[in-house]
Design a binder for this molecule. Structure first.
Ligand code: CU
Length: 151
């Protein structure tokens, strides 16, 4: 009886710790695209960027959930890793190839990302490669719709 209660307490402890089940998601730089274009993750998961010769990875201002940390890798930083803690949608770029479409998305958490409206607002202030950011948001929304996560 005592050991059963103890085991239950341990299980609750494990389940409440996001890092205990954190996953690593690999995103590849392929020519001037990110593969996959949309990565689905849970809070606490990591995103690892590979095949980075000639590329960097950087968050875009206003294109992450409220309070999320920004990131900016060095060029060619093989295996650069971002840990996503906040739920919502993140749109990121490769700086040299942003205007040719090297823009992608990370969706963290379940259901509808809470910052979709904020992304649309921030889009107006993107100085370069705005059409490519818009294209990525559109594809992400279509994918979320197909998954039944947004209307
Ligand atoms: Cu690139």
């Amino acid at each position: 009886m005592i050991s059963k209660i103890f085991c239950s307490a341990v299980m609750v402890g494990l389940l409440s710790s996001a890092s205990a089940f954190a996953e690593e998601h690999v995103v590849k730089a392929v020519i001037t695209n990110w593969e996959p274009m949309i990565t689905y993750a849970k809070p606490g998961d990591t995103i690892k960027f590979v095949q980075m010769a000639g590329h960097d990875t950087a968050s875009i201002d206003g294109m992450s959930p409220e309070g999320a940390a920004k990131w900016q890798s060095k060029m060619g930083d093989e295996g650069f890793t971002v840990t996503v803690q906040k739920e919502g949608a993140y749109i990121y770029k490769c700086t040299p190839h942003m205007t040719t479409g090297m823009v992608a998305a990370i969706v963290v958490g379940d259901g509808a990302p809470s910052n979709l409206a904020a992304l649309d607002t921030a889009l107006e202030t993107v100085p370069l490669g705005k059409n490519m950011v818009a294209r990525t948001i559109k594809k992400m929304k279509a994918d979320l719709k197909a998954k039944g996560r947004i209307q």
